[in-house]
Design a protein around this ligand. Structure first.
Ligand SMILES: CC(C)(COP(=O)(O)OP(=O)(O)OC[C@H]1O[C@@H](n2cnc3c(N)ncnc32)[C@H](O)[C@@H]1OP(=O)(O)O)[C@@H](O)C(=O)NCCC(=O)NCCS
Length: 415
């Protein structure tokens, strides 16, 4: 069976997490992704957070599946020529170097256009144009600058970053969408274009509801679904809302049986309005279904803390899975707090290819997250990440270099 992006060639000049997330997705959709790495060293993540000495780290292997690796010294004049040949042969160049690095290497947008006017040049940067555009940025800087940290955590504590890599992987996803969109436009125009996904913008896009709340706060001075209501104070900016749902249906994280010893014995419980009567029945508070103090969403808002405390008295008598089973029978929206151990062992995620076991020549078997986006006509087969420079000769031959030329370039340190 063919793949959605068959025939698309990507010059993958990415490193660390944000860029590699993007090009890995494109590879899973069928693009030929050629990862260009620094000769002798490679992507810095190959050696970061290693769990086995001298073996590519899980950090690297889990972000670089289905790619080919070539090593080129792009600051060496002959190495530059190899990169030029690749630019002429590829459809998209993806990079996430520090601002200006590609220009300093001599590959400005204008130069790339001269070499290949159809080329799409896609970049992740920390910030878009403005006061911070020259700054280097990592995940948590983006979470802080994009509004996630100021709105995450509890009201009486400091800002908190989230474990989900919304700055890196989130921006990689945004960039991938920009690239396929530009490829589609190119079918009409015949021209390449630049695609920029700034990490601050990507995080802010995912924090859209908090900018919504900022404006609601400015207009009304209060947000009734936030835990600060009715007893706490609201300031000028959107406060941290603990585990409140962020939407129109109030929710909270509640203890389940075993919470005293198991840090993940909790369930997320949503008091969705249409199933309120069923919730009252399940927790044994039938009278709340008709009591005017509890019967409507508006009446419940000032009492949410007490309501969740009462529901928790019920959830604490069940394990999170028992509670999930009972609540789902009544269509009450809820979700167990799953640990990474539980997720890794979950059979249904293995069956769908969302968790995949991969074999690697030096590491052996390891688990990875497969393609979360499933296309019915373009199934994903997750293949191991390449060793450093594993495909240098193969790609050089495809570019038309003879074995003698390849060996001369190797001697010169260009590849
Ligand atoms: C992530 C980041 C902070 C890392 O910074 P860094 O480790 O100092 O790496 P840089 O991107 O500055 O690149 C280092 C140098 O390697 C050089 N280099 C990269 N590949 C090379 C190659 N194959 N051959 C020769 N030189 C190479 C670059 O040209 C650059 O040189 P310069 O500084 O002389 O111009 C930075 O790349 C960045 O801010 N990226 C954009 C935002 C981003 O993606 N952040 C999230 C990362 S998950």
């Amino acid at each position: 069976m063919g793949k959605a992006l068959d025939g698309v060639r990507i010059l993958d000049f990415t490193h660390v997490q944000s860029g590699p997330t993007c090009t890995q997705l494109l590879a899973w959709f069928g693009a030929d992704v050629i990862k260009v790495e620094r000769a002798g060293a490679g992507d810095i993540t190959r050696e970061q957070l290693r769990d086995i000495p001298d073996v590519d780290s899980l950090y690297f292997t889990m972000l670089n599946h289905n790619k080919r690796s070539v090593t080129i010294d792009t600051k060496n004049p002959e190495g530059k020529q190899v990169l030029e040949a690749l630019i002429q042969k590829c459809d998209v160049l993806v990079e996430n170097f520090a601002p200006g690095a590609l220009d300093r290497m001599g590959f400005t947008w204008e130069r790339i256009q001269e070499l290949n006017p159809r080329m799409i040049v896609a970049s992740v940067k920390g910030f878009g144009p403005g006061p911070y555009e020259d700054c280097k940025v990592y995940e948590n800087v983006a979470q802080c600058a994009g509004g996630a940290a100021s709105t995450t955590g509890f009201d009486d504590g400091p800002p908190v970053v989230t474990g989900a890599q919304i700055g890196d992987s989130g921006t990689g996803l945004h960039l991938a969408l920009g690239i396929v969109t530009a490829l589609y436009q190119r079918t009409q125009t015949g021209r390449g274009q630049r695609v920029l996904a700034a990490m601050q913008d990507g995080v802010l896009n995912l924090c859209r509801v908090k900018l919504r709340d900022q404006q609601r706060l400015e207009r009304t001075g209060v947000m009734k679904e936030y835990p600060q209501y009715p007893n706490g104070k609201f300031g000028e900016a959107v406060p941290r809302a603990g585990n409140a749902s962020g939407g129109g249906q109030p929710g909270w994280i509640l203890k389940c049986k075993g919470w005293e010893t198991d840090p993940n014995a909790y369930i997320y419980f949503i008091t969705q309005a249409p199933v309120w009567a069923k919730i009252c029945n399940v927790i044994g508070k039938e009278e709340w279904a008709t009591d005017p103090d509890y019967a409507t969403p508006a009446a419940r808002l000032p009492r949410l803390k007490d309501i969740f405390a009462e529901i928790e008295r019920w959830t604490m008598t069940k394990t999170k899975f028992e509670a999930m089973q009972i609540l789902n029978k009544y269509d009450i929206p809820c979700g167990p707090i799953l640990s990474m151990k539980e997720i890794a062992e979950e059979p249904s995620l293995r069956q769908t290819g969302t968790i995949v076991e991969v074999d690697h020549p030096t590491r052996g078997k390891y688990l990875t997250v497969g393609n979360p986006i499933k296309l019915s006509d373009s199934p994903t087969e997750v293949k191991r990440s390449p060793l450093l420079g594993e495909h240098t000769d193969e790609v050089m031959a495809e570019l038309g270099y003879s074995p003698e030329q390849i060996s001369a370039l190797r001697t010169a340190g260009a590849i």
